[in-house]
Design a protein. Structure first.
Length: 167
C-alpha cells in the first residue's frame, strides 16, 4: 500500500503536466519556496520515521515471540508490538497523503521556475507545455546511449532558449 501511495503521488504531481516526476524532481527541487521546501521535508521525515518504526516494531515482535515462547502471558508483549507496527505503517500511509499535496504544489507553483533556470522559453498553451515537458523528461531520463539515444539537438527539438526573462 505504501509503494502504491507513493507512486500515485508521482503521477499526480509532475506527470499531469507531462513531466516525469522521478526524472524532473531533482531539477525542480532547488527552486521551491522556503515554506514549500520545509513542508516537503517534514512530510518526508514523517514517512521515514513511521516506516522505520513499523519495521523496528515488526522485528521486535518477531524476537519477542521467540524470547517469550515459554511464557504464554508474556506473548502479549509481541502482540502489542505488532499492533504498534500496524499503527506506524498506517501513519506512514497517512503521511504519504501530505507528501502528495506538497509534491503536487511544487509542480503547480514552480515548474516554470525550473524552465526559466534552464533558459527555456515558457510554453504558450497547456497542449504545448505537455508535449515539451514529455520531451524534456525524456532528455533528463538518462544520458546513456542505449537508454536514451540521440543528441540534445534531437531530443530538444522545438525548444527555444531565452536568456533575459522579463520580470
Amino acid at each position: 500500500m505504501l509503494g502504491n501511495a507513493l507512486r500515485r503521488n508521482e503521477s499526480i504531481a509532475g506527470e499531469r503536466y507531462g513531466l516525469k516526476t522521478i526524472h524532473t524532481w531533482p531539477r525542480l527541487y532547488p527552486y521551491l519556496s522556503d515554506n514549500l521546501a520545509k513542508e516537503y521535508r517534514a512530510q518526508i521525515d514523517s514517512i521515514d520515521a513511521s516506516t522505520n518504526l513499523a519495521l523496528v516494531f515488526t522485528l521486535m515482535s518477531g524476537v519477542g515471540v521467540v524470547a517469550f515462547a515459554n511464557d504464554q502471558w508474556l506473548l502479549i508483549v509481541p502482540a502489542l508490538l505488532l499492533l504498534l507496527a500496524v499503527g506506524a505503517y498506517r501513519a506512514a500511509i497517512a503521511a504519504v497523503s501530505g507528501h502528495g499535496v506538497a509534491l503536487a504544489a511544487a509542480y503547480d507553483l514552480h515548474r516554470f521556475d525550473m524552465l526559466r533556470a534552464l533558459h527555456l522559453e515558457l510554453p504558450s498553451t497547456p497542449e504545448l507545455e505537455a508535449v515539451r515537458n514529455q520531451k524534456l523528461s525524456d532528455f533528463f531520463y538518462d544520458t546513456d546511449e542505449e537508454v536514451n539515444p540521440g543528441s540534445a539537438e534531437d531530443l530538444l527539438e522545438g525548444f527555444t532558449y531565452v536568456h533575459d526573462f522579463e520580470e
